[in-house]
Structure formats: structure tokens, C-alpha cells
Write a protein that binds this ligand. Structure first.
Ligand code: AMP
Length: 609
């Protein structure tokens, strides 16, 4: 490529899309977007090594939208994703980026959702289809999905599809697509089977990899908090209260977020301002000067705006949103510990972003320390210590307290109470907005909520990406029973029989993939799998609702219906039996739905204790 792309308007995107990006507050393309979008717009195939959080969805969605013929309501692009959650997320992203493209339709299709709804929507027409391999195959076989007008295929998170046993299905689907098409394959890792798919289906692909940067400053203490249980804003305010902070630089992703977060922190009593690329040069300089001089304690910035920022006072860099690549991370944390000082860097990382954390650790050759959000007890302690210290400082200082001694004397006399009682009342008054006592029960509840229920997805990845099957003396291969310790489900299990076995080419991965994805049972709740010649057995949580059971009977593994039945011959009850085996709504892959932080009206430094 000739010159590096630094702004969206350097990309050949049309005004409606550029307007959307401005409205979304995107300041600049992320590295994967800058590298991929021009290739896709030029019609090249792309082999992209990028994980969630790098902005890869927009990297393929924007060129697809750019090239779409809105007058033709046949699917022109197909995106295959490993999970239903990702399918929904990608479809929502398309809808968001297409907000100024009237009449645009995207259709997510995935297992577990009513077939009739999908059929109705398919009949109405969709420009883009986003789906999981199993359901897409179903529609292709039933001929309810036509791919004749298809121009682009995207394989999203290809390594996850491999891990879940879908890669042959992906291969089959690609066989059904027109020969003349563009293919973009994205994968966090590039194991051999993925390279083979790429080799078979991509034509002279442009390889795109996000750069990795090495070396960080060893004087920066690096920690991360795996976001769970609490709102990010609450944890941020607790950190600001408990840590020894001087000046704090907080990084977020968009311009809009810089102002929103700055306003929220200001409302909580912090001297805070936003710093983003849309501010005039004069205003930016003024903000930086105030930050340097102590007029501001916190600046909330985007990567672009904080480029080269040199403020010695910065004691903490907080990565409120994870950066798009390791290079950005290294740059961000380099804003602290300047001129021989020490500094702290804290990263908020959502469970689905754990891979980026590992990439950061690899690139920086340093391990980030996990941290827990400060507890209410810690905050209360800190406040009390500060209060006591303030009192001794005031008494030891130059303050003229004569008038106040007189006031206390008057109260003592008029109300006949001791100075001791007055001091207690005053202490109570002083801590009304910042309580010195905490609610222990609330702390315990929070600890409970923050405890990861399962292993983070990436650590499962590493376990599962190794061949998790044992070679048995009789030549049979079986999945190692899932351990009942950390990360494994401890629900009661029932053994089921499915009518696909070794002779059909079934593997533990594609059985887990089919059940997890198509019936919406969390893969962590799928127990031991044994594969025999013409059937297999699988342990699933007790209490499976009859609807799910009926659906599972029809789900296919390697093109063969599972025809699942209970080994003990019983049929699941018709009524929904509790929530145990309900479809995993949204957390099949550990992605938490982030709730919007509640806005406060009264300024408060941190949350109530
Ligand atoms: P993805 O890696 O596609 O899952 O995107 C991660 C997040 O980054 C999503 O919340 C996007 O809305 C956001 N995002 C994508 N591109 C940009 C950009 N250029 N600037 C700011 N945020 C972005």
C-alpha cells in the first residue's frame, strides 16, 4: 500500500457510511480496518489474522455495504460465524453501519431460532445473511436460501469454527457458492486446517496481520481486571478513590465516549476533561496545559488525541476500553512512568477480549497481574485513614481555629453536651457523602458475582486446541471427560445416545459444536462424549426441556440427524423443567452483556458503601 491510512476519509467509502462513522464517534480506522478495507474495496480476497476487539467486524462490513446493490434483495454477502451470539452481534453491527442505507436488510440465521420466522424473512429478502454453519447448511439443503447472487463470503473467527467442529461444514457451504466471489477469512490464529481452507477457497489473498510491538517500560506496574459482576464505571471510581493517584489518563474507543465518561466523572466530583481529535488545536492545548499544571486530574482520551502526550504527572493509565492492537497498548502505557518515574497501568478486559490480553502479554513479554476491584471495605478504610490524617494535619497546621473553638464551646454550653459528642456528630456529617462504614453483605455479594463461573474462553481454547481425545487401546477415541473442578459444569447429567458415530465421521468437537450451537446448550454443560462405531453417547444436564430435546433430534452432525434418545429410555417431560438446560442466552461463549451504568444526579466520588 502506498501511504498509511490514518483517517476514514482516506478510504474510498461513500458519504452515508462516512457520516455513520462520524455519528458513532469513530475517530480513525483501527489497524485491521486501515489494512483490510482498501483490499476488500478493490475486490481482493483477504486472509486476516485478527481477533475480537480489533474492529474486524467493520473491516469487512463497511466494504460489503459499500458495494451492495440495495435494489437487489437477494443475499449478496454471507458471513459465517461460529456461534449464534456472534451471528446476532455481527448482524447488529451491519444494521448499525447501514443506518443511512435505506431499505437495507440483514438476516441472522442460527439454530434454536424458529425456522418459520427465518423462512418468512428469507422470503422477504435480505442483502446480507449472517449465520452459523449448521443452520446455513439446513437452509441450503432445503433450498430456502439461494446464494446465486452472492458476491462476498466472510468466515469470521475461523479458528473457533474449527474448534467447534464446523470446518467441514464451512467447506461444504463454500462449495455451494458461486465460483466468482470474494472471500475474506478472519481468524485469531492460523492453524494448518485453516490455512488449507484458505488455500482451497481464497484466490491470491492479501494477508493482513495486526502489527505487534514489543518492549514496555519496566517501571510500569501492569494490572488487569477481568470485567464481571460490576459496572466498569463503578470500578473505575473505586480505583480512583483507593489508589495513590496523581494524574490519570483514561483511554476509551470513541470521541463520544470521551465526553460521556468525562461528564460522568465530573458529576462524581473529579476535575476531569475529554481529549479527542475533533477538538480545536487551541482547546486541546489548553486541556493538556491544565492537565500538566494540576487544574485537571483526569483526562479521558482516544488513542489519536493522546498520541505523543507528555505529562510527567500521569501516575496511572487506565485502559477503560481495551486497545485495538498491542502497539496501541504499548503507546498508551508509555504515557506514564516518564522521565525515570514509576507508573501504573490498569486494563479493563471483557471475558471475550481475553485473547487480546494474551496477545499483549506475548508482545510485551510481560505478564499482567490480575486485580480485583477495590472492595467497599477497602474504600471505607481508605476514607477513614484520610479523614484521620486530615484532622491531624489541620491541628498541626497554620489554620486559625480560634473561631471554631468558640463555636464548640457555645454548643457545649447551650446544649449541655460534651465535645466528644459534638465530634461524633461532626464526623458523621463529614462522611455523609463518603461513608466510612461499609455493608459487608454487599461486599460478599459482589465477590460472589465477580467469581468467574467458568474458565475464560481462551484458556479453554488452549486446552481444546490440543487434541483433547485420548487414543484408546481398542483404537476408539474418546473425549476426555470434563473435569468437575474449575470451569466444568457440576450440573447433574443424564446420558444420551445419538445416532452418529465413527463411521459417519463424528468427532467430539462437531458433536459439542452441534449441540452447543444448534440447541443453545452451553458447551460447558456438555459432559463426557464417547464415540462408537455407529453411534455415540453424550452426557447432558438433567431436566432438558422437551422442546430442546425435540429440536436436538433433528440437528445434524456431519449431515446425519442425531436422533437423540435417552439411554435409559425415558423421554424428557413436556413442561420446561427449571432453567438448567435452557438455551444459553448470550453466554454460550462467555460474552457478558454489559449493562449501561446508571447515571447519578448527586456528585459522589465513589459509589455508596
Ligand atoms: P470488533 O472487533 O469488530 O468486535 O469491534 C470491537 C468494538 O470496537 C466494537 O464495539 C466497535 O463498535 C468498536 N469499533 C470498531 N471500529 C472502531 C473505530 N474505528 N473506532 C472506534 N471504535 C471502533
Amino acid at each position: 500500500m502506498s501511504s498509511p491510512i490514518e483517517a476514514f476519509d482516506q478510504l474510498a467509502l461513500s458519504p452515508p457510511l462516512l457520516a455513520t462513522l462520524v455519528e458513532l464517534g469513530y475517530e480513525a480506522p483501527t489497524p485491521i480496518q486501515a489494512a483490510t478495507i482498501p483490499y476488500l474495496l478493490d475486490g481482493h480476497d483477504v486472509l486476516g489474522q485478527a481477533q475480537t476487539g480489533t474492529g474486524k467486524t467493520a473491516a469487512f462490513a463497511l466494504p460489503i455495504l459499500e458495494k451492495l446493490n440495495l435494489a437487489d434483495r437477494q443475499p449478496q454477502a454471507l458471513v459465517l460465524t461460529p456461534t449464534r451470539e456472534l451471528a446476532i452481534q455481527v448482524a447488529e453491527a451491519f444494521q448499525g453501519y447501514a443506518r443511512h442505507l435505506p431499505g437495507f436488510h440483514v438476516l441472522p440465521i442460527y439454530g434454536g431460532q424458529s425456522m418459520s420466522i427465518q423462512l418468512r424473512t428469507l422470503r422477504r429478502g435480505a442483502h446480507v445473511v449472517v449465520g452459523t454453519p449448521g443452520r446455513v447448511m439446513d437452509h441450503l439443503r432445503r433450498e430456502t436460501l439461494s446464494l446465486t447472487a452472492l458476491r462476498t463470503v466472510v468466515l469470521d473467527e475461523a479458528d473457533e469454527m474449527l474448534r467447534m467442529g464446523f470446518i467441514d461444514d464451512v467447506d461444504w457451504i463454500l462449495e455451494q457458492t458461486p465460483a466468482e466471489k470474494q472471500v475474506a477469512l478472519f481468524s485469531a490464529t492460523m492453524p494448518e486446517p485453516i490455512r488449507r481452507v484458505a488455500h482451497r477457497h481464497l484466490r491470491d489473498p492479501k494477508e493482513v496481520k495486526i502489527r505487534t510491538s514489543t518492549a514496555t517500560v519496566s517501571t510500569v506496574r501492569q494490572r488487569y481486571w477481568r470485567v464481571s459482576g460490576l459496572h466498569k464505571l463503578d470500578v473505575l471510581t473505586r480505583i480512583l478513590e483507593v489508589e495513590d493517584v496523581d494524574a490519570v489518563l483514561i483511554f476509551v474507543r470513541t470521541k463520544t465516549e470521551t465526553t460521556e465518561l468525562a461528564e460522568r466523572l465530573e458529576a462524581r466530583g473529579h476535575a476531569c476533561a475529554a481529549l479527542h481529535g475533533d477538538m480545536t488545536q487551541a482547546l486541546r492545548e489548553k486541556t493538556i496545559e491544565q492537565f500538566k499544571g494540576g487544574g485537571l486530574d483526569i483526562v479521558v482520551a482516544t488513542d489519536v488525541a493522546a498520541r505523543g502526550l507528555d505529562v510527567l504527572r500521569i501516575s496511572h493509565v487506565i485502559n477503560y476500553d481495551i486497545p485495538y492492537d498491542t502497539e496501541a497498548y504499548v503507546h498508551r502505557i508509555g504515557r506514564t512512568a516518564r522521565a525515570g518515574r514509576t507508573g501504573d497501568a490498569i486494563l479493563f478486559v471483557a471475558p471475550r477480549e481475553m485473547r487480546m490480553l494474551r496477545a499483549i502479554e506475548k508482545a510485551t513479554r510481560q505478564t499482567l497481574e490480575p486485580m480485583q476491584p477495590p472492595t467497599r471495605a477497602a474504600i471505607a478504610d481508605r476514607r477513614l485513614t484520610q479523614f484521620k490524617q486530615q484532622i491531624s494535619e489541620i491541628l498541626a497546621g497554620q489554620q486559625d481555629l480560634d473561631f471554631f473553638y468558640q463555636v464548640i464551646g457555645e454548643i457545649e454550653q447551650e446544649q449541655e453536651i460534651s465535645a466528644h459528642d459534638i465530634a461524633a456528630a461532626l464526623t458523621w456529617l463529614a462522611q455523609r457523602d463518603r461513608p466510612f462504614q461499609h455493608d459487608e453483605k454487599a461486599d460478599l455479594k459482589e465477590l460472589e458475582a465477580a467469581r468467574p463461573e467458568r474458565e475464560p474462553r481462551d484458556s479453554r481454547d488452549s486446552r481444546d486446541s490440543r487434541d483433547s481425545r485420548d487414543s484408546r487401546p481398542d483404537g476408539r477415541r474418546e473425549r476426555r471427560p470434563r473435569e468437575s473442578g474449575r470451569g466444568a459444569s457440576d450440573l447433574d447429567k443424564v446420558r444420551y445416545r445419538i445416532e452418529v458415530g465413527r463411521e459417519h465421521g463424528a468427532t467430539p468437537q462437531n458433536i459439542v459444536g452441534a449441540i452447543a450451537n444448534e440447541a443453545g446448550i452451553d458447551s460447558q454443560n456438555i459432559g463426557r462424549i464417547e464415540i462408537f462405531e455407529d453411534y455415540s453417547t453424550v452426557d447432558l444436564p438433567d431436566g432438558m426441556p422437551a422442546e430442546i430435546f425435540q429440536h436436538l433430534r433433528r440437528v445434524r452432525v456431519r449431515q446425519h440427524p442425531m436422533n437423540i434418545s435417552r439411554l435409559d429410555g425415558q423421554e424428557p417431560a413436556r413442561k420446561r423443567a427449571g432453567s438448567r438446560a435452557q438455551p444459553a442466552t448470550g453466554d454460550n461463549d462467555n460474552r457478558p452483556v454489559e449493562r449501561k451504568p446508571a447515571q447519578r444526579r448527586t456528585p459522589k466520588p465513589a459509589d455508596d458503601l
